[in-house]
Write a protein of this length. Structure first.
Lengths: 610, 290
């Protein structure tokens, strides 16, 4: 087969001319010119991806994300939303730090200024978990965070106000709203649902059983069983209290593991497992002597002693139990702390066993009120967790940076809490029996409120996982469960209202929805850009349109607490980053001006880098 | 109502529909002749059912592993699909009426199950096992390609990406059905739509073997089209999933036509010469020892 001659010559000519051009380029100053031109980056449109959970997993997050993406697009930023599962979002955001923006519900309502320390201090920027996931570093903020930990009274109040003002202007994250916690319960088998906030697992201990003759015997679940239905499968596959991505706010692992103290309200920490604690000072260092009761055992029958408590604190600050851990954790560069409790455990310098029932805690620089917070971490059995110190490569964390302790699914879990593991069926269900040897059954704790001191009113707590909040409400309605263990969306309120067997429980403003920014990467490194993006978000519109009014707008993470300064109070609009538009309609002109003032340009309505 | 009750509801509905449909499609006289001489046919068809059972078994075991693997190696294409097709599903759902919702919910759960089960019975009753083996082969191809796609891609359906526009009509209308669907698949496996590909496969095969069961052709097509629409109407699948599902159906039928016969010979050889002999020997030995 022969080609027509014209094609051949054309090709040859093309090759020759290409060679000629290349030769000229090489010999002349063309390369230098090319180099100069490449210094001027082509003006690409700025593109931001928003990661969040799917609509099945959370009633509001995805709709908030879609609306924010819509506003960003209107302002000329290319933006799209990527939905994922709960644990995958936490893995990508909290462990890998692979995100531009994320929309999520914080695991716990931030009610104390102390909680901001681990959320915003720059020393936690490289850490995993809910410790500064944004990568935010502001020396001014670091200083204020330290001050509020060490001083008290007026000076502390002032530092906290200043701190919130700075954060509200700098916007490492945009607090959107404090959403109400809506649940469906039925009261024909168990009552007293309203005694405690259901957001805390301890509330399940306060529930009371209805007398046998008044019970609905036609119900499908056995009378001694409390049925909980969740639209979250995480608890059925993983019961590791140290896991970052598998734990959420409605977490029952708190009932599997006792802690020395518990929080009856945001301001106080009262003894739980501990009999008592006494604070003292030794050459300016804070000390505490903690007594724990005798005859406490783990679920497997092994005695729980002071040795386990001391082990827990050493282990939480370094799960490798590397050298020097007992003396000074800061010098140990190979330490792998537990992200979930780092903010609490890092207040403790050392824990010394005095006798099997007595411990001496030595704290870093902090106020006794802040120090007590460290007593709320779960106490772990030494005989099980000291085998989990070896490095592991599973679970989304890179090889060598995690220990087995952080990635194990921990089934069956051995704790000392009022509930012990019974059985699980991954993705579907998990159940727990009451632990007969729990300290509540044989120790007199007069300081505990009655509803908690009496222990659980059920013999078994059965958790079932379903695909969505609608299904969860229906399970309670049909009697297969007594309560929705995770909050449902406001859209389900009419459905709950229509069913006479269901009661509606609304706990006001329990969790914070936020838009988090990855401050580590351009253009979000720029505080002014973040501040401008925050002004593209109409919080009031989101609350009306997405949350159906079941929320209050948030300006600061401490909105709704006494710590909020007057300057950050919501006054019909956001006092720091007011929406650039009205009723959800973005004023494009104003938005463009704001970005131009931040040093960015528009090309055909698209926001580009200069 | 728990999972078992919903499952048995599906079983009851399908087993009521099945004999009625067989009577209508196969016809009383042919049905009678076939049933009276069922034993040799069952023997010839058993390896095919076994192959299908093995693939479904592997699929259900691999699904959980595949889902975890998918989050590690898979590409999240949800946003891409949405940008590709826009608000098609939302527009489709804007035509929703209570009657249509009930119809498509029933089609999605009962109609689909019936559509898949019917050919296995109907072709079993036919003299020649070729249609049966082609059906089994096409099902296997659908499931296998589906599994690979589910690992390679993470994709949520419209109800999970644009909930402000697309409602999960099936689950709002009938919340307990979610217990069943979440047993069958996870919400990240929407690309491609296996509901569509399997249904269209059945419809295509009904046309291919139209000379055997002429009355089955319109029923199969009507059901298949309804299933394809229902997946979108109910907010579960994107148009893209349905289109790719249809393409998968065509490919699977073409491949099945080519390799269905090979599957029959292969499976027969395996069962007769290998598993058959061994199983017989094993049972015999077990009986002797006991």
């Amino acid at each position: 087969m022969t080609r027509p001659p014209t094609t051949t010559s054309l090709r040859r000519r093309n090759v020759l001319s290409l060679l000629a051009v290349s030769a000229t380029a090489l010999t002349s100053g063309c390369i230098r010119r090319l180099r100069t031109i490449t210094g001027w980056q082509p003006s690409d449109q700025i593109s931001l991806e928003i990661k969040t959970v799917s609509a099945d997993s959370d009633p509001y997050a995805l709709r908030i994300a879609n609306q924010v993406a819509e506003w960003l697009r209107t302002a000329g930023i290319d933006s799209n939303v990527t939905p994922m599962s709960n644990e995958e979002l936490l893995r990508q955001v909290l462990l890998k730090h692979e995100f531009d923006l994320f929309v999520a519900r914080t695991p716990l309502r931030i009610k104390r200024p102390g909680a901001l320390y681990s959320l915003l201090h720059s020393k936690f920027a490289p850490a995993s978990g809910w410790q500064n996931p944004f990568g935010y570093a502001n020396l001014n903020v670091d200083g204020l965070l330290k001050t509020q930990r060490t001083v008290s009274g007026k000076r502390r109040q002032k530092a906290i106000s200043q701190l919130q003002q700075t954060v509200a202007t700098n916007q490492p994250f945009t607090p959107i709203a404090l959403a109400d916690d809506i649940r469906a319960v039925r009261s024909d088998r168990y009552t007293n649902w309203r005694r405690r906030d259901l957001h805390s697992s301890l509330s399940y201990l306060a529930v009371e059983r209805v007398d046998a003759d008044e019970r609905d015997e036609s119900a499908p679940t056995p009378p001694e069983e409390l049925g909980v239905v969740m639209n979250d499968t995480r608890l059925t596959t993983n019961l590791n209290p140290l896991s970052v991505e598998f734990r959420c706010s409605d977490d029952l692992t708190e009932l599997l593991y006792d802690s020395l103290g518990y929080s009856p309200d945001p301001k106080t920490v009262a003894p739980w497992l501990a009999n008592s604690w006494k604070f003292s000072k030794d050459s300016s260092k804070l000390l505490a002597t903690v007594e724990i009761p005798a005859n406490v055992t783990w679920h497997d029958g092994t005695p729980l002693t002071a040795e386990d408590v001391a082990f827990t604190y050493a282990f939480l600050s370094d799960t490798t139990l590397g050298s020097g851990i007992e003396d000074d954790t800061d010098d140990d560069t190979t330490a792998v702390p537990v992200p979930r409790f780092h903010g609490r455990s890092d207040r403790v310098s050392t824990v010394r066993v005095i006798d099997p029932q007595t411990l001496e805690f030595r704290f870093g620089e902090c106020h006794p009120q802040a120090a007590k917070r460290a007593f709320t971490v779960p106490i772990l059995p030494k005989h099980i967790w000291n085998h989990r110190t070896n490095p592991s490569s599973i679970g989304g964390i890179e090889v060598g940076t995690a220990t087995e302790a952080l990635v194990t699914k921990n089934i069956p879990p051995i704790g000392s809490g009022p509930l012990m593991f019974a059985k699980n069926d991954p993705q579907r269900s998990v159940s727990f029996d009451t632990f007969d040897d729990h300290f509540l059954t044989h120790t007199d704790k007069p300081e505990l409120p009655d509803e908690l001191a009496n222990g659980p009113a059920f013999d078994r707590l059965a958790v079932r996982a379903v695909g969505s909040d609608v299904a969860a409400v229906e399970m309670v309605a049909s009697g297969e469960a007594d309560v929705t263990g995770t909050a449902v969306g406001a859209g389900k309120v009419p459905r709950i209202g229509r069913k006479s067997v269901l009661d509606l429980i609304v706990d006001r403003s329990t969790s914070l929805y936020m838009v988090g920014y990855n401050v580590r990467q351009s253009p979000l490194t720029n505080a002014r850009i973040r501040n401008t993006i925050a002004q593209l978000i109409d919080k009031r519109y989101l609350i009306e349109d997405v949350l159906d009014g079941y929320a209050q707008p948030a300006v600061s993470p401490l909105t709704g607490t006494e710590w909020l300064p007057a300057g950050l109070k919501w006054n019909g609009t956001d006092p720091v980053t007011p929406f650039l538009g009205t009723d959800g309609e973005l004023n494009v002109q104003k938005a463009q001006e704001a970005f131009q003032a931040a040093g960015y340009q528009f090309d055909d309505g698209k926001l580009v880098r200069k | 109502m728990n999972l078992m009750e919903i499952f048995s509801e599906v079983v009851v509905v399908v087993s009521v529909l099945l004999p009625m449909a067989l009577l209508f499609v196969v016809g009383p006289s042919r049905l009678w002749t076939a049933l009276s001489d069922l034993r040799p046919k069952l023997k010839e068809a058993a390896p095919g059912f076994m192959a299908l059972g093995i693939v479904l078994g592997i699929n259900s075991i691999a699904r959980d592993t595949g889902n975890n693997l998918s989050w590690i190696v898979g590409v999240n294409i949800t946003g891409f699909i949405h940008r590709l097709e826009g608000q098609f599903v939302a527009n489709l759902q804007s035509m929703a009426t209570p009657t249509l919702t009930s119809y498509f919910s029933a089609i999605y759960v009962f109609g689909y199950t019936f559509l898949l089960v019917f050919p296995l019975f109907a072709y079993l009753l036919h003299d020649d096992t070729q249609p049966l083996y082609e059906t089994v082969a096409a099902y296997i191809i659908n499931y296998s390609v589906g599994l690979v796609c589910y690992i390679a891609f993470v994709a949520y359906g419209p109800r999970n990406l644009i909930p402000e526009l697309v409602k999960p009509l099936l689950y709002i209308n009938w919340p307990h059905s979610q217990l069943l669907t979440s047993e069958v698949n996870t919400n990240t496996n929407v690309f491609p739509s296996l509901h569509t590909s399997m249904s269209v496969t059945v419809a295509l095969l009904s046309y291919r073997f139209r000379d055997i069961y002429r009355r089955w052709v319109p029923i199969a097509w009507m059901l298949a089209i309804s299933v394809a629409i229902s997946t979108m109407y109910l907010g579960i699948h994107w148009l893209t999933d349905v289109v790719v599902g249809t393409v998968l159906a065509v490919i699977s039928v073409v491949l099945a036509a080519r390799f269905g016969d090979r599957l029959r010979r292969g499976m027969n050889r395996v069962t007769n010469d290998w598993i058959g002999d061994r199983a017989v020997a094993y049972v015999r030995r077990w009986l002797q020892n006991d």
